[in-house]
Write a protein that binds this ligand. Structure first.
Ligand SMILES: [Zn+2]
Ligand SMILES: [Zn+2]
Length: 103
């Protein structure tokens, strides 16, 4: 069977394979007429959720040190910029991320 992605992967260090992480969100409470901080699960943005139309897989590519990468994307390269999206790369594993610039 042909495998297009030959990069080795490991358990995502951010969500630990759970595909979601806990985030604190401010939610309007109409009873107290104020915002309350609530813990909610959001899709992990380290193992797939960061991509356009992507879904978290719970797996992350190995980086230069050979450990599952906790991505740190550099600022979009001006040279790659187009009118609709820009491309940025992870400084640890060179993973490519296309960002909709929305303009
Ligand atoms: Zn993850
Ligand atoms: Zn990375």
């Amino acid at each position: 069977m042909l495998k297009l992605n030959l990069r080795e992967t490991g358990t995502c260090p951010v969500c630990e394979g759970e595909c979601s992480v806990t985030a604190i969100r401010s939610i309007w409470n109409s009873n107290t007429r104020g915002y309350v901080e609530t813990a909610t699960n959001v899709p992990c943005t380290n193992c797939g959720g960061q991509y356009m139309f992507g879904t978290p897989s719970g797996m992350s590519p190995l980086n230069k040190e050979g450990v599952p990468c906790k991505h740190s994307y550099t600022r979009p390269d001006v040279g790659y910029r187009s009118s609709t999206y820009s491309v940025t790369r992870c400084e640890h594993c060179n993973d490519k991320l296309t960002v909709d610039s929305g303009d």
